[in-house]
Design a protein around this ligand. Structure first.
Ligand SMILES: [Cu+2]
Length: 748
């Protein structure tokens, strides 16, 4: 794959102007020695193929092989996959994660930058090679920085081996990829960055957030533009620009009495969506590669990181029907009712005329209620908004008997056979005004070298920490959080989302390299009068600082939890933890390696809501191939954060850069702080620290002024180069049904 950034400065991307049936690009032309004027040049046929319409706004984005969404990759179960990634970007490193793949025997191919490999630098390439497993609907995306949201994601389909196809679902006539994601309009990137600040609650964003059915905060970052389906979108908002009205919508074709399998993948950055098709039920048949007993549903709740297979049948009057992607927002931050934001795609019967749908949603009634799958709210909260809708949490969706027979639900044979960990995905900080994303109060920070390539770094307590090592962390604990699990025991992971705050979000948590059974699901306590969350689920008792937790009833220890489904629970790799609730997972951790477990909301993960699950001792892990690429030889630079500050005070060898780097900062008296610090290598005196702080302040002020000027300069360039244009519906590269001739299928 070759990757190109649609980067205005590199002139690899440009706005397109449509006029009288011809597409133009604008270029700058020199007149004389100094004057430049805008000129228009018709697009070539090749350039026409590359036009990405998205939401009609011109913005910076990334693409793989000039396509958005990225190409759909299709393999067969157990095939050896070889994918060479060329980083053609001018200024960004990258790595690729194959979301849902086990990577058994190849943990260094999992693609997590600085956990499984070094990032691929501009101009470099890296060849991923691994066995495609398990079968099902999966995807791939960048796992370095925050580029997934801007184009670096695509479908990764693993078909079953021949003869292993499912025989418990209706015949599939057509099979299509349905990539759903949130999208920020061109002007909002700075807002997104602002949202990702650690001090997000104190940055003035709080009042713009919305609330879902139980009053928990919507995970959607505002202002959003809308949801995309396969890179296209249609909205009928009053604020739509002419361009937004003109862009094409994604259309899925079905024949009368035919069937369509939709492989729905949520590749978004922040928001969850409620997906439905007017006047059509959906047959839910799979999730995250796990086969589910087919179940009729009306609404699918899907969060970033999850995949669902649903079947649609052409059993209604031939015509055109809306496919709706609704947000789950029903209240503004101050509890005033709001209407959800809706984006659209279309279901088209091939027997019908092509036209915009005029369909309505099916009415949910007492006698024929609607069913909402993957509902992570209390039924008591949902019924106030959707009175005739049944809330079906993910643990009530069942695996097929064949699936459970192939992967038995792990049951410990004795107390010693079970290892249980409690992981709280929450916001934490030294005060409630500035909470920060964390797991068990630890804010994840990447290690200076990839764990999988240098596994013994887990013994370096200046880098790695966990809940047993919390005393060496300060109040604000930031480090490479590693939780070690044995390969020989049944693992039970209890995920929680509680922070003692009155308001927060649910978190979709993804585990790399493994899948788990979701055996129990608990929501928070709902106020009977208001129908809103009033406190955490009482099954779990938290320590006052939320660093640790246990079952309130000790008879639940050792895996003896009542009402678990250990008969036929769903197999997942991404699950939503309800806010103030919990989820119990069962799995066999038999795949040695370092596996990231993280919230799949990019705004949470990229600033610390992650933990590495170390499966097995380094001795048990597969041997790294000879000549595997290692990182460059920059010495590690350790910030003097609270963890190292609150340690023994001894400088470790890896800290040797610390003082030199800090001492190069300017000081207010024009001299160097170095002279003031001579002879004081670690514990600086107050005077030198103050000079450094003032130096930092001056430097930050200079940088801020430069940034403000830089921002406006960039805005002017973008505005002056932006043209109003309309765009007719037309086919383009970037999306293919996977059963067409053009699919990328490798030979069996
Ligand atoms: Cu989260």
């Amino acid at each position: 794959m070759s990757m190109m950034s649609y980067n205005w400065s590199a002139f690899q991307g440009f706005p397109v102007d449509y006029n009288n049936g011809t597409f133009y690009k604008k270029i700058s032309k020199s007149v004389g020695s100094t004057t430049h004027v805008c000129d228009q040049i018709p697009l070539t046929e090749d350039e026409l193929e590359e036009v990405l319409t998205v939401d009609g706004n011109y913005k910076f984005m990334f693409a793989i092989n000039n396509q958005f969404p990225a190409p759909t990759l299709v393999f067969h179960d157990q095939q050896v996959v070889s994918i060479r990634v060329y980083n053609d970007m001018s200024n960004e490193a990258v790595s690729f994660h194959w979301h849902g793949m086990f990577q058994t025997g190849s943990p260094w191919m999992d693609g997590v930058s600085m956990v499984s490999q070094c990032p691929i630098q501009p101009g470099e390439f890296f060849t991923y090679q691994f066995v495609a497993s398990p079968p099902g609907t999966h995807w791939y995306h960048s796992h370095h920085g925050a580029m997934r949201r801007s184009g670096l994601a695509g479908a990764f389909i693993v078909l079953p081996k021949e003869g292993n196809e499912r025989d418990d679902i209706p015949p599939v006539d057509k099979d299509a990829v349905f990539l759903a994601q949130d999208w920020q309009a061109a002007a909002s990137d700075i807002e997104v960055v602002k949202e990702m600040e650690w001090l997000m609650y104190s940055s003035g964003k709080l009042g713009t957030q919305m609330r879902t059915y139980d009053g928990s905060v919507s995970s959607l970052t505002h202002p959003i533009s809308r949801a995309l389906v396969n890179g296209k979108t249609k909205s009928f908002s009053a604020s739509d620009t002419e361009n937004a009205k003109a862009v094409p919508m994604e259309i899925f074709n079905v024949t009368q009495n035919g069937s369509l399998l939709l492989r729905i993948i949520q590749t978004g950055m922040t928001g969850e969506y409620k997906i439905s098709i007017d006047q059509h039920k959906l047959l839910l048949v799979g999730s995250d590669g796990g086969d589910l007993i087919p179940t009729w549903i009306d609404y699918l709740i899907i969060n970033p990181g999850e995949t669902y297979d649903v079947m649609v049948f052409g059993n209604n009057t031939p015509g055109n029907y809306w496919i709706r992607l609704e947000t789950t927002e029903v209240l503004d931050f101050f509890y005033n009712p709001v209407q959800p934001n809706v984006s659209f795609a279309q279901l088209h019967y091939q027997e019908a005329e092509e036209a915009l749908p005029d369909s309505e949603k099916r009415e949910c009634t007492v006698s024929e209620p609607c069913v909402m799958a993957n509902c992570h709210w209390s039924p008591d909260a949902l019924k106030r908004w959707e009175p005739n809708t049944k809330c079906v949490p993910i643990n009530e969706v069942k695996s097929t008997p064949k699936s459970v027979a192939q992967v038995p639900v792990p049951i410990p044979t004795s107390e010693n056979d079970l290892q249980e960990v409690f992981l709280n995905f929450h916001f934490s900080g030294s005060d409630l005004i500035s909470p920060r994303p964390a797991v068990n109060t630890i804010h994840y920070k990447g290690p200076p070298v990839p764990l999988q390539l240098y596994p013994n770094i887990v013994n370096d307590q200046t880098v790695v920490c966990n809940n047993q090592d919390m005393t060496s962390c300060g109040d604000y604990c930031q480090c490479t959080h590693v939780v070690k699990l044995s390969t020989s025991k049944v693992t039970q992971i209890v995920l929680m989302a509680e922070d003692g705050l009155s308001t927060g979000t649910a978190h979709p948590v993804h585990l790399h390299g493994n899948r788990y059974y979701v055996v129990k699901y608990g929501v928070g306590v709902i106020n009977e009068t208001s129908g809103l969350l009033q406190g955490p689920n009482q099954d779990i008792e938290y320590s006052p600082d939320y660093r640790s937790a246990k079952w309130r009833n000790s008879s639940w220890n050792n895996g003896n939890i009542p009402d678990m489904n250990v008969k036929d629970p769903p197999l997942k790799d991404t699950v939503v933890i309800p806010y103030k609730g919990y989820v119990v997972l069962r799995l066999k951790t038999e795949n040695p390696g370092f596996w990231l477990m993280h919230c799949h909301l990019e705004t949470h993960m990229s600033v610390g809501m992650a933990v590495v699950i170390q499966v097995g001792d380094p001795m048990e892990m597969p041997k790294l191939p000879d000549n595997f690429p290692m990182c460059s030889s920059y010495p590690a630079y350790n910030e003097p954060d609270s963890k190292s500050k609150s340690g023994s005070g001894e400088k470790s060898g890896s800290n040797h850069m610390e003082d030199d780097a800090l001492l190069q900062l300017p000081s207010t008296d024009g001299g160097s702080t170095k002279s003031q610090s001579v002879g004081n290598s670690y514990h600086r005196d107050d005077n030198s620290m103050m000079n450094i702080s003032v130096g930092w302040f001056v430097l930050m002020m200079i940088l801020m002024v430069l940034f403000v000027f830089g921002f406006f300069a960039l805005s002017v360039v973008l505005i002056s180069r932006h043209c109003t244009w309309t765009f007719p519906a037309r086919s383009r590269r970037g999306y293919h049904d996977i059963d067409t001739e053009e699919r990328v299928v490798f030979s069996k």
